[in-house]
Design a protein around this ligand. Structure first.
Ligand code: ZN
Length: 494
């Protein structure tokens, strides 16, 4: 998963201006009293071996499946060691499922269901991890690839992203198989090997293969969500953030061209000056904010929202413009509701006394669902004017995902499984600002969600890709149980 858990900071932004927005609400407006959910005991699959999960995850962390953007640096031996480890650790899974390697390094498990008419479900994970940033190794309490537990927390690169979910899924399938469970609905495990560098060799090929075979997944569950202990100041209750959409990505190159020549006879505006002016206009005119995309999120949280914030955040019809202005004023919240503009590279000129004939800049856009690469290009052309050429560049390019339903039978299965496992948590749909492997399924799968059954404070969940990535050992049983419940709840007769 690309690092993108910004919601903690975002929530702070909401509170900061809540009072101001509140003043804008029409007085005398009645707010509904919503029932407070009553806590119940989690539903746990009997017979789960939590220690087995922890031991296997620690072992998986010790296989340093680090990937770098420069693919020639990546050693396939690490990924192959992970294949061998999974084969040894999950014999029943390997016996009951058809196991295929795709493009040599990704894994595809198919646990054939007895009901050929039931569309399969796809559970995704990835074996690769990001490197530890050089120079930060000593900031870890224990080594990032030691797989050690300290004070009830299992540390290591990949514990959350994405070996924790991977091992939880494997343990769940192994457990279900050991109880004699046979699925009616086919269960597919799609395990990538290069998600952190875009998934072009792994998940892209796995998805293409499934599509080619005519597989039409009922739903897909990938990374992109987790359970926060609380979301201050919105709520003190735990919140299960479920990814229902992902932002898209495009890099645009802006180029100004001119006469060039000697610097002793400069024109009124140089190519660099024209480029700079275009960049300035672009930063002053971002793509429009769309507070509406946050409506389902606030609605889902409504029963748990701080009562002072509830009328503001659940009446966006009235408060929308004010809330929107407020969120736009803070970097952390701004990114949640608009396509972002980031000028990342600039070049032009080779000598102090020569006017360059060309000056160019690269601008990175993260595209909110509802916008598109085309609408971004059109917007940029309008803003910078005809004298600046605008062209998409680079390999990385992708449309934002569609929104998966929060009202479908698939959502019900996922929501029920989360509620059973984390009965105290509110289930809230969320837009991921990064991209994950599941985007490769968007053309042929039903609903695509992101959720990992691990808990933490926002800081802890935010350690993905950073220093101190770890999980709570107390999550072991629930993590495995969650996937057991999900597979059971997804059966046609469940
Ligand atoms: Zn990931």
């Amino acid at each position: 998963m690309k690092k993108s858990l910004l919601i903690g900071a975002a929530a702070v932004g909401v509170a900061a201006g809540a009072v101001a927005v509140r003043a804008g609400l029409r007085s005398g407006r009645r707010t509904e009293t919503l029932p407070t959910p009553s806590p119940t005991e989690p539903v746990i699959e009997p017979g789960i071996d939590a220690q087995s999960f922890l031991d296997h995850l620690a072992e998986a962390v010790r296989i340093p499946t680090v990937v770098y953007a420069e693919r020639e640096r990546n050693d396939p031996a690490d990924i192959l060691a992970m294949h061998a480890f999974l084969r040894e650790s999950y014999p029943l899974t390997h016996e009951r499922c058809r196991v295929e390697t795709v493009n040599d390094l990704s894994l595809l498990f198919t646990w054939e269901g007895t009901d050929a008419d039931a569309d399969p479900i796809v559970l995704m994970a990835h074996m690769d991890v990001v490197p530890v940033e050089p120079g930060t190794e000593d900031d870890w309490l224990v080594g990032a690839f030691e797989g050690k537990t300290v004070d009830g927390e299992l540390w290591g690169r990949g514990t959350l992203d994405d070996k924790g979910p991977l091992i939880a899924v494997m343990e769940a399938v192994e457990h279900l198989a050991s109880t004699g469970f046979t699925p009616e609905r086919t269960v597919i495990l799609a395990i990538g090997h290069d998600e952190e560098i875009g998934g072009a060799e792994g998940a892209a090929n796995v998805a293409a293969l499934l599509n080619e075979r005519g597989v039409r997944p009922w739903f897909v569950i990938d990374e992109g969500g987790a359970v926060t202990d609380a979301l201050p100041p919105l709520t003190t209750d735990p919140v299960a953030l479920v990814k229902v959409a992902e932002k898209g990505y495009v890099d645009l190159e802006l180029t100004a061209t001119g006469e060039g020549g000697h610097s002793s006879f400069p024109p009124k505006q140089s190519t660099i000056g024209a480029l700079a002016a275009a960049i300035q206009r672009l930063e002053a005119h971002p793509m429009p904010a769309r507070i509406d995309v946050l409506r389902p999120f606030f609605a889902a949280l409504a029963p748990r929202l701080d009562p002072r914030l509830r009328p503001i955040l659940t009446n966006l019809g009235v408060t929308g413009p004010a809330v929107s202005r407020l969120l736009a004023s803070k970097q952390e919240t701004n990114v949640m509701m608009r396509t972002t503009t980031a000028v990342t590279m600039v070049s032009g000129g080779v000598k102090p006394n020569v006017l360059p004939q060309e000056a160019s800049a690269v601008v990175n856009f993260r595209i909110l669902p509802g916008d598109s690469i085309e609408s971004v290009i059109e917007h940029v052309r309008n803003v910078v004017g005809d004298d600046i050429a605008v062209l998409p560049v680079g390999e990385m390019r992708g449309e934002p995902s569609r929104f998966s339903s929060t009202d479908s039978p698939a959502w019900k299965v996922l929501g029920t499984s989360i509620e059973e496992t984390f009965p105290d948590a509110a289930v809230a749909p969320w837009i991921l600002t990064g991209a994950t492997d599941s985007r490769y399924y968007s053309d042929f799968a039903g609903d695509i969600y992101g959720f990992a059954p691990f808990t933490g404070e926002m800081d802890m969940l935010g350690a993905i890709h950073g220093t101190g990535e770890r999980i709570r050992t107390s999550d072991a049983e629930t993590a495995v149980s969650f996937f057991c419940r999900l597979i059971r709840n997804a059966q046609p007769d469940a």
